[in-house]
Design a protein around this ligand. Structure first.
Ligand code: P6P
Length: 337
């Protein structure tokens, strides 16, 4: 049996990757892993809580108000980040405004975290995998002062680390610090994330396309042309397989492992797109590129987009390089007509 490398071991060994950090970033990644273990426990009890111990929104047997699981997850991550001492502020997909922590210790923190505490939470009731997505940036504002909106609205290229936790058949934490992508699987028997997927690479191509095809007549012609390309009967492995879990982290992770493309374009109902630039698209774009894949909004590289608002949405195409290039070609050809 090969030697177990825990996330903590791995982070310590990779300390050199964080120039100028004397362990702060390692501390934040460890904080994220602790909060993720707690959320994983709560997610795995969701069915029990909802259907046996009292549904969300009810008062449970202890007389406690049952909170929605994404609110519970949001609160858990904020609690961990606020006590970290390395983080001066956060912005969450769950909260309208950003949060500048007020303690002197937190205000001296050098980093901010943007996160979606429980993406795909509408799937909890049908026991479909869900995920947490996170992005870590250095603050722009002066150390010792409260975090500012400017700290939160940085381009994705400024991320120092990003990743996700997938609460699936197992709980996995996948992250990058700009030096490749590594995946860790939670071993509940020892309560540790253990290195299970070292140096993850997204296959150059694949045979899976993930899109809500219910929107097919609500988006631009180039999307329809690309889906038609995927469905053609050819000798080159087509038709591809349509696989859409409806939970971004699960669809993204499958494509990272097997190769594939995920498409959520702007549509007539969502002319700015559905997915959030800060909490979903930027972190996953960083992971995708670090694993050899691509991520655009259908026109521009996601990481180059200058955010203007905390909850800004954008179209999102991400996946295997060759599949992305073909999709972009279909978009450009249709737009040129
Ligand atoms: P639709 C979940 O709400 C989410 O943000 C992503 O996890 C998922 O990929 C997408 O929206 C699903 O959206 O419109 O297809 O239900």
């Amino acid at each position: 049996m090969s030697h177990i490398i825990t996330l903590s071991d791995f982070i310590m060994e990779r300390q050199a990757e964080f120039p100028g950090s004397s362990g702060e970033l390692s501390r934040i990644l460890n904080d994220i892993s602790v909060a993720s273990k707690i959320v994983s426990r709560d997610v795995r009890r969701a069915g029990l809580v909802d259907h046996i111990l009292g549904a969300q929104g009810d008062v449970n047997i202890q007389g406690e108000e049952q909170q929605k699981l994404d609110v519970v997850a949001d609160t858990q991550f904020i609690k961990v980040f606020e006590s970290s001492g390395e983080i001066c502020g956060i912005a969450s997909e769950e909260n309208d405004d950003f949060l500048a922590f007020t303690s002197e210790r937190a205000k001296s923190g050098k980093y901010i975290v943007l996160f979606d505490p429980l993406d795909g939470s509408s799937n909890i009731d049908c026991n479909v995998s869900i995920g947490t997505i996170f992005s870590i940036y250095r603050r722009i504002s002066e150390k010792g002062t409260p975090a500012t909106l400017e700290d939160m609205l940085q381009k994705g290229t400024q991320q120092v680390a990003a990743g996700y936790v997938l609460y699936g058949s197992s709980t996995m934490l996948v992250y990058t610090t700009g030096h490749g992508v590594n995946g860790f699987t939670l071993d509940p028997s020892i309560g540790e994330f253990c290195l299970s997927h070292p140096n993850m690479r997204m296959p150059e191509t694949g045979r899976i396309y993930a899109m809500n095809e219910g929107n097919i007549h609500e988006c631009e012609q180039g999307i329809r042309d690309y889906v038609a390309f995927c469905q053609e009967v050819q000798e080159d492995g087509r038709p591809y397989s349509g696989r859409y879990i409806g939970s971004l982290v699960a669809d993204f992770h499958r494509n990272l492992i097997k190769g594939g493309i995920y498409i959520y374009p702007v549509t007539n109902q969502s002319p700015q797109g559905k997915l959030r630039l800060l909490y979903e698209c930027n972190p996953l774009a960083f992971v995708a590129e670090q694993a050899g894949g691509m991520a655009t909004n259908g026109t521009d590289r996601v990481l180059d987009i200058q955010p203007r608002q905390l909850h800004q949405r954008c179209g999102f195409f991400t996946g295997s390089k060759q599949m992305m290039e073909k999709a972009i070609d279909c978009l450009e050809k249709a737009r040129a007509k």
